[in-house]
Design a protein around this ligand. Structure first.
Ligand code: SF4
Length: 518
């Protein structure tokens, strides 16, 4: 039975909500083949935003009719056929550009509407989809990129993530949420999936029930970044692995039916949680799920920010996973094909995307590691990157994004390379650059967050690219967002300012002291 869209009677709902009542986002999938035949000019402008439900945004400038496409990759885990398919799409349709996002997805650029049916067909053949990658819907489910191989995981979350992903894929009961909705399911004890910045996050926990220790999850709700960031709060519940789907459906139903639909800037789940508080929200969840145990013991021990550089033993004896750096998360199609070849030759062909925009190649036997590391590709995609390039993150920026105020990816790369030449530090310093307050590059959790703005140049009086600097973000010990330093810096002076700042850090810090504890 269809659920009641009670908000249809509220005349204060925003324009996007009104459009979603006229046309459900997932209906765009039925329309795309026709538009592919009739061309971009035949698409009514009011339907442009609905393409997000198919993982498609019009890239900047919209009128040229090129699309950015995001593909869902639950937990970031890809098999060989999937990697080769994605690389082929980038090569054949996307001018060779292959971007890894901070939610473990893959993005293409420069796609034309005529290309989309073939791309969908290729993705379908290998079990991939773009449904839910963008739009007011359950986004790519992030998780532990090491699921199933991780000595630091409480349990293997692969089947749970798959079950939840399939529950929400193309599901018309949940295709009209008040806003984007981000779920994380991970049992990695080092919080590899950045739990606290998700709308809903399942984190590892144990509880003794009827005299037996049960491995399961705690659940956090109401996290999110953008201009009003919130850290998710833990509900007083313990969730058994087989109950994750039921609890996710309950929380999503509450968000759908009670979430705000008026001002779009206040529609995320975090605002409902902030108003209700975790106790009232928990009581509502229990109305849908029935009784659940109260919290057990939290098993999150640390935060690794999704970084896994180097060679590490898997929980399977004799096998290793190799953590690699992808500068700014951007690869070429040829590089992806080469990584797939190497992974297939030495491992099982899998490649795993991390929330740090980097990669892991798993399942490499002990006696193959040294030979693998001699492969040419690892000169650029390094297992041991320099400190700044290795820990720099960037969003898409003005190159393709309509919301961006400034260029980011190339600028961040140049700054990181400059800093690696000028400042030698003994600990990583995580620098994240974003092109606007939406914070796809997660600047609030960076050691140094750089947020692009425009300002009038003191020298030329013209509008120029500039950056606010925010310092001290972390998700250790529950998390803390970084704080803004006074003023803003003309982008021309940004590398020199960062250099001075980091030299000061280097001179004043204790050996091995991290940026956050400084
Ligand atoms: Fe675009 Fe802003 Fe997101 Fe960067 S943070 S990709 S500029 S919306």
């Amino acid at each position: 039975m269809a659920y009641e869209k009670h908000w249809a009677n509220n005349d204060k709902i925003n324009a996007t909500e009104k459009q979603k009542l006229k046309m459900d986002g997932l209906e765009i999938f039925q329309k795309i083949p026709e538009y592919a035949r009739s061309g971009f000019a035949s698409i009514p402008k009011e339907e442009w935003p609905m393409f997000k439900w198919a993982g498609l945004y019009l890239q900047r400038p919209r009128e040229e009719g090129y699309f950015m496409m995001r593909v869902c990759i639950p937990s970031g885990i890809l098999n060989y056929d999937q990697v080769v398919t994605l690389a082929g799409i980038a090569r054949d349709y996307g001018r060779g550009i292959y971007d890894i996002t901070t939610r473990q997805a893959v993005q293409f650029h420069w796609l034309r509407i005529e290309d989309i049916p073939d791309i969908f067909e290729r993705l379908k053949r290998v079990g991939l989809s773009t449904a839910g990658a963008c739009g007011d819907i359950t986004r790519n489910i992030v998780g532990n990129p090491l699921a199933g191989i991780d000595p630091d995981e409480l349990l293997d979350t692969t089947p749970i993530v798959r079950e939840v992903y399939e529950t929400f894929q193309h599901n018309p009961d949940f295709s009209n949420l008040p806003r984007k909705y981000k779920v994380s399911i991970s049992a990695n004890q080092k919080n590899a999936s950045n739990a606290e910045i998700n709308c809903v996050a399942f984190t590892p926990a144990v509880k003794t029930i009827d005299g037996e220790e049960v491995k399961g999850f705690h659940v956090k709700v109401g996290g999110g970044l953008s201009s009003r960031p919130y850290l998710a709060e833990t509900l007083d519940l313990f969730i058994r692995p087989e109950e994750v789907k039921k609890v996710t459906v309950a929380i999503t139903t509450i968000f759908r039916d009670y979430g705000y639909r008026e001002k779009r800037t206040r529609n995320r789940l975090k605002f409902l949680i902030a108003d209700w508080g975790p106790e009232r929200f928990k009581e509502k969840v229990l109305e849908y799920t029935g009784p659940l145990p109260t919290k057990g013991t939290d098993m999150l021990t640390d935060w690794n920010a999704g970084y896994f550089y180097g060679v590490h033993p898997q929980k399977q004896e004799g096998l290793n996973y190799i953590g690699l750096n992808v500068p700014m998360g951007r690869l070429t199609a040829d590089e992806v094909l080469e990584l797939a070849r190497v992974s297939n030759k030495y491992g099982n062909g899998e490649i795993r995307n991390c929330s740090s925009q980097n990669l892991v190649i798993p399942h490499v036997p002990d006696d193959q590691v040294e030979t693998l590391l001699q492969e040419e590709i690892f000169k650029r995609i390094s297992v041991d990157p320099p400190k700044f390039i290795g820990y720099a993150v960037s969003c898409t920026g003005i190159e393709y994004c309509n919301l961006a105020l400034v260029e980011t990816k190339e600028r961040m790369r140049k700054i990181a390379e400059f800093l690696d030449k000028q400042v030698e530090v003994d600990v990583p310093v995580r620098i994240h650059m974003v092109g606007c307050p939406n914070s796809c590059g997660q600047r609030q959790i960076a050691d140094i967050g750089l947020q692009g703005i425009k300002m009038k140049s003191k020298e030329t009086k013209e509008l120029v690219d500039a950056f606010e600097i925010h310092v001290g973000g972390t998700l250790k010990q529950g998390g803390e967002f970084n704080r803004k330093l006074k003023g803003k810096i003309d982008s021309q002076h940004l590398p020199a300012v960062l250099k001075q700042f980091l030299l000061h850090f280097k001179e004043q810090k204790q050996p091995e002291e991290s940026f956050h504890s400084f």
